[in-house]
Write a protein that binds this ligand. Structure first.
Ligand code: PEP
Ligand code: MG
Length: 623
């Protein structure tokens, strides 16, 4: 039995009147009594605590009904299948219309793709045949079909095509849900807030989650940067990933406790555990409400020094969240999300419109626009991703790819500069990802100059904007002093920088113990980069996930960083935290944190500091 599957004994006091001890938002359970709960450990990927009813998205696949149908059952099963298919088609059409109206046509187009999969005769004829001729249940036939597609897609070398199996799975899950009369999230509005339990979150489920009240997310797969984690953080809901096999232990409607700080999930907690965590959950909500109230106040340190808290966004909806959470601008707009679902390169006018919309919606019309960061884990077929790479994160990605598609690259730069000029009072910055060498940066600058020349010749309205680089490759970090001569500002991409420094894939849960932003060598590199930028008087910001993590934020502040960009949901708590940290704290923290030799020691030390500095915020701390 894997350790994570073992039953954990939670010892609780039977004496309710004795109550629990609360130390700054953490519950301490007295060690007598012997109620047994099933406690599972995963990775806390979005802080906070939630107690609620489980909604299992993949439950239907855990045990498909594999018995052989008898007599009349076959005909009844066929008509059940057809009915589920019709309901699925109706769902997909409704979703297309709704997402198009609420989010945009690109996001909606994925449901058109799903509808064409559903209507593909190759897809549905097989299921019908297996039910009619082989007397399988519709669920079992769908399960078999999915397995067939999964091995078929796994054989292709095209990353983009390989990932499309998720779309097939999405459609199959949707039909299955109708078959088993399990409500899908988008039709679950009347069920109340739920805790979504899934193997991983599929793209359409992610969009659909926008509609229902989700209290927390638990996934079997995933890591800090998985779909589920990103969505949870952007919506400010607790989430735990990497809880292997939890779908086998949870049924729809079971009560779950999710602690997104420690990565703990309690399945069917006893009354005492439940009530202890409900109290914590209320504290979490109250705190969040209280903190959002600070959205219009300035972000200041404990000594009154101004800091900049900006938002990372992928689309227009995130931009609205940036405003709602009190961000002072958009510090990172990941433009690749505009391209991922697009059948071909969006043309200049389409890009221009999107960028103008984002700038107009952004706080202070201030947006740092990053050029396409495709490759690694994200591919698009029309930019030449027709071969699998052995090492995609170290391969042909970001500007390395853009350089080989000058026609596309020029178009994107043109659209960005034109948007900067067309929106009145816009404050736009251009940001290039994955810059490794000085030569690359020089080449980028001369490309921008050429684009400006052409725009001048064509008499187009545009604006020259500051040009910056993402500092996410160790080579660039080592040569920071030379890099500073050729950039207007630096944006530290710690997600990638950490994975490259530690040689540990940021998406692989097996090496997540190494891919740690608080690892001593990472801290040393960050301190050095920040010091160099300050000395060279070049603006520096950090836009990786660590900016929104309280322990990491405190140590970055101590290093002298004053500009941060993060998931919008983290802005209120980080603003509050910053207001408790003084210069004196910073000096002490920097000295001590840089003297510690292990990640565990740094982590423990910063956790203790947080408890001292802002005890009321520890519920938002991830462990
Ligand atoms: C980063 O690497 O830190 C970053 C912000 O970029 P992305 O997560 O898009 O790679
Ligand atoms: Mg990056």
């Amino acid at each position: 039995m894997e350790p994570a599957d073992q039953l954990a004994v939670v010892s609780l006091s039977r004496d309710l009147t004795a109550g629990y001890r609360w130390t700054s938002g953490r519950v301490e359970l007295p060690n007598d009594g012997c109620y047994i709960s099933r406690m599972r450990n995963g990775i806390g990927v979005s802080p906070g605590v939630a107690v609620g009813k489980a909604y299992c998205i993949h439950q239907i696949f855990v045990n498909p009904d594999t018995r052989r149908l008898e007599g009349q059952e076959t005909t009844a099963e066929l008509s059940k299948y057809e009915n589920a298919r019709d309901l699925t088609a109706a769902d997909l059409q409704a979703l297309q219309a709704k997402v198009k109206a609420q989010v945009g046509p690109e996001e909606a187009s994925i449901f058109a793709v799903h509808e064409s999969i559903l209507r593909d005769p190759a897809f549905t004829d097989k299921v019908r045949r297996w039910i009619a001729d082989e007397h399988q249940t519709a669920q079992a036939a769908l399960h078999r079909l999915l397995n067939e597609y999964t091995s078929l897609f796994a054989r292709t070398k095209d990353n983009y095509l390989r990932e499309r199996v998720n779309d097939v799975r999405d459609v199959v899950v949707r039909i299955s849900a109708h078959l088993s009369e399990v409500l899908l999230p988008e039709s679950d509005l009347d069920v109340g807030p739920l805790i979504v339990v899934a193997d991983e979150l599929l793209p359409s489920q992610a969009v659909a989650l926008g509609d229902i009240e989700v209290k927390a997310i638990v996934t079997q797969a995933g890591s800090q940067t998985s779909h589920a984690a990103i969505i949870a953080r952007s919506r400010g809901i607790p989430a735990v990933s990497g809880v292997r096999g939890i779908l086998r232990q949870v049924n729809n409607g079971d009560t779950l406790v999710v602690d997104g700080r420690s990565g703990k999930v309690v399945v069917r907690p006893n009354a005492e555990t439940e009530s202890a965590y409900r109290k914590l959950e209320r504290e979490f909500f109250d705190l969040k409400d209280e903190l959002v109230a600070n959205r219009d106040s300035p972000a200041l340190t404990g000594d009154g020094e101004a800091i900049e808290l900006q938002a990372n966004i992928n689309n227009l909806a995130d931009t609205r969240a940036a405003i709602a959470m009190g961000g002072s601008g958009v510090g990172l707009y990941r433009t690749e999300y505009l391209f991922l679902d697009h059948p071909s390169v969006p043309d200049e006018e389409e890009q221009l419109t999107t960028y103008c919309d984002i700038i107009n919606a952004a706080p202070g019309k201030s947006v740092t626009i990053r050029t396409l960061d495709i490759g690694g884990d994200k591919t698009v077929p029309y930019l030449g991703h027709d071969h699998a790479e052995a090492n995609p994160f170290m391969g042909w990605r970001s500007i390395r790819l853009s350089f080989e598609h000058p026609e596309f690259f020029h178009t994107q730069i043109r659209a960005i500069l034109r948007a900067a000029g067309e929106v009145e009072d816009a404050s736009v910055k251009l940001l290039f990802p994955m810059v490794t060498t000085l030569e690359e940066m020089n080449r980028l600058r001369s490309m921008v100059r050429r684009v400006c020349r052409h725009l001048d010749e064509e008499n187009k309205t545009y604006r020259k904007v500051p040009i910056g680089m993402m500092l996410e490759v160790p080579a660039a970090a080592i040569s920071i002093d030379s890099m500073l001569h050729v950039v207007d500002y630096i944006s530290i991409g710690s997600n990638d920088l950490v994975q490259y420094l530690m040689a540990a894939d940021r998406d692989n849960p097996k090496v997540s113990h190494l891919c740690q932003p608080l690892a001593p060598p990472v801290l040393r590199v960050l301190a050095n980069v920040i010091r160099s930028c300050r000395r060279g008087q070049k603006p520096v910001t950090l836009c990786g996930e660590m900016a929104g993590q309280p322990r990491a934020f405190v140590v970055l502040l101590a290093m002298g960083l004053r500009s941060f960009s993060m998931s919008p949901a983290f802005i209120p708590s980080i603003k509050e935290l910053a207001s408790h940290v003084t210069d004196e704290d910073c000096k002490r923290i920097l000295r001590k944190a840089l003297s510690l030799r292990t990640t565990a020691n740094v982590n423990r030390y910063l956790g203790e500091e947080l408890q001292q500095i802002a005890p009321g915020l520890s519920i938002l701390d991830t462990i």
